[in-house]
Design a protein around this ligand. Structure first.
Ligand code: UD1
Ligand code: CA
Length: 460
């Protein structure tokens, strides 16, 4: 179910598209449904339906779900009614909410097992604050008595409101039974809505066994209704990811100041300082250390490399590779297609884009390498740049092995600096150079001996 408005988000974006761990809320739910082996995934859309459908078509990890539009939104029962025609009769239906993103795979598997093709299985939880939730009504008010009904807050009596076991919004039910019950729903209740929860009463009347499967993990059934709840759930989610990484041996300086919006694969002895953000697919080789305040997206950092503080690495689609034993930063920027070999040094305020740097190459200060192929052991001086763009097209710069480029040079592409060559500081190089050559292209220095600077006339 993903048709609700989400009024309390006070956002123009549909609630289920707000992000948790960098991924739309509803995408988390679909991922989990995929992982439990769902045969069909039907998303009920309503508010912002076109946006939700477009987002899910693009971002689908597995198969794109099918969509059932619910316009207007007349309640959870009405929502599931819209999906029913898309569901085969022979299966088990699991009802999930698009705004409850952290529902667990093992919980859902257990719930389906409880349903066992013949029972209505409800996921419930005990909570000190049951306000707003549907209460689980049991026979003789007993703790583990037979479940008779779910009563919504607004329809509940004073005594029923005191019940602390609530319905989480998740159920597993044989499709055939669900479809028959959906046809019997009405909206004669305090909210004038078609309540999905009324199926519980029908099951009870029809003699279909009802099981309440209780979870004790409040996080997995928390819904997002407001920015504050979204932020709280984000922290809970991040803490879980941080703990999972620490269980694998990753040393996080502070799990409360760590953000992973994607996947992070780490080998042994990885250390990550505070306030780092990882996005997309990132892998860190053995012994890699990441300094404070780095943002790293879609990159592979190989064994023993050190990423110093305040470094920004974003491989986007092309990716970034940092070879073993490299030093990057502080304040470095690696952009898509940056491929660093082993023991490359990239220092402060150096930007690298779509460039390959072979083993041992160094660009330590204030430089730009774009569309360049840089040989082994090249030293690329402070303030030097590849002028890779002529206003219409991009061109490559090739720098041979063991070249020394002085400070403040402009290499105007397309251009090749022959292996072992030297480019004098301040040169603008527009023609390719021979291996081993010294190239200087700046005005020859002129000095005037005993030069007298102008003086002010003495005061009268
Ligand atoms: C529902 C349950 C309540 C349970 C609570 C758990 C009903 C009648 N009540 O409450 O027992 O404790 O969930 O959170 O089912 N939605 C639609 N279309 C609609 C209405 C809702 O798609 O017409 C979606 C919402 O976007 C949301 C989900 O269904 O993702 C739950 O709706 P919400 O209004 O939050 O739940 P309640 O009906 O208040
Ligand atoms: Ca409601």
């Amino acid at each position: 179910m993903a048709a609700g408005k989400g009024t309390r988000m006070k956002s123009s974006m549909p609630k289920v598209l707000h992000r948790l761990g960098g991924r739309a809320l509803v995408a988390h739910v679909i991922d989990t449904a995929t992982r439990i082996g769902a045969r069909n995934i039907v998303v009920v859309t309503g508010h912002g339906a076109a946006d939700v459908e477009a987002a899910l078509e693009g971002a689908a990890a597995g198969a794109t779900p099918s969509f059932a539009r619910q316009v207007p939104q007349l309640g959870t029962g009405h929502a599931v009614q819209q999906a029913a025609p898309l569901l085969p009769d022979d299966g088990t239906v699991v009802v999930l909410s698009g705004d409850v993103p952290l529902i667990g795979e093992s919980t859902l598997r257990a719930l389906v097992a409880q349903s066992a093709g013949r029972r209505l299985a409800l996921l419930t939880i005990r909570t000190p604050n049951p306000k707003g939730y549907g209460r689980i009504i049991r026979a003789e008010g007993q703790d583990d008595g037979e479940v008779l009904a779910i009563v919504e807050e607004k329809d509940a009596t004073q005594a029923q409101r005191a019940i602390d076991e609530v319905y989480t919004g998740v159920m597993a039910v044989p499709s055939r039974l669900l479809k028959a019950w959906l046809a019997r729903l009405d909206n004669k209740n305090a909210q004038g809505e078609y309540y999905l929860t009324d199926v519980v009463g029908f099951a009870s009347v029809d003699g279909v066994p009802i099981v309440a499967h209780r979870t004790d993990d409040a996080i997995e059934v928390l819904g997002v209704n407001s920015p504050s709840q979204l932020a709280a759930l984000e922290r809970a989610f991040q803490l879980r990811q941080a703990e999972a990484l620490m269980d694998q041996g990753v040393r996080l300086a502070d799990p409360a100041r760590f953000d992973l919006r994607g996947t992070l694969a780490c080998e042994a002895d990885v250390e990550i300082d505070i306030n780092c953000v990882f996005e997309g697919a990132v892998s860190l080789g053995a012994g890699v250390t990441v300094g404070a305040n780095c943002v790293i997206a879609n990159a592979r950092i190989e064994t023993g490399s050190v990423i110093h503080p305040f470094t920004h690495i974003d491989g986007e689609k092309a990716g970034v590779t940092v070879g073993a034993g490299s030093l990057v930063g502080p304040f470095a920027r690696l952009r898509p297609g940056a491929r660093l070999g082993a023991e490359v040094h990239i220092g402060n305020f150096v930007e690298v884009k779509n460039s390959t740097l072979a083993a041992g190459a160094k660009a330590n200060h204030l430089a730009y390498l774009g569309d360049a192929t840089v040989g082994e052991r090249v030293n690329y001086g402070a303030g030097s740049i590849t002028a890779n763009y002529d206003g219409a097209n991009k061109h490559r710069t090739i720098i041979g092995d063991d070249v020394h480029v002085g400070s403040n040079c402009v290499l105007v592409a397309p251009v090749t600096i022959g292996a072992g060559g030297t480019v004098g500081g301040g040169s603008t190089v527009t023609k390719s150079t021979e291996p081993g050559a010294l190239t200087i292209s700046r005005a020859r220095q002129t000095s005037f001996p005993n030069w007298q600077r102008p003086k002010k006339a003495p005061k009268a």
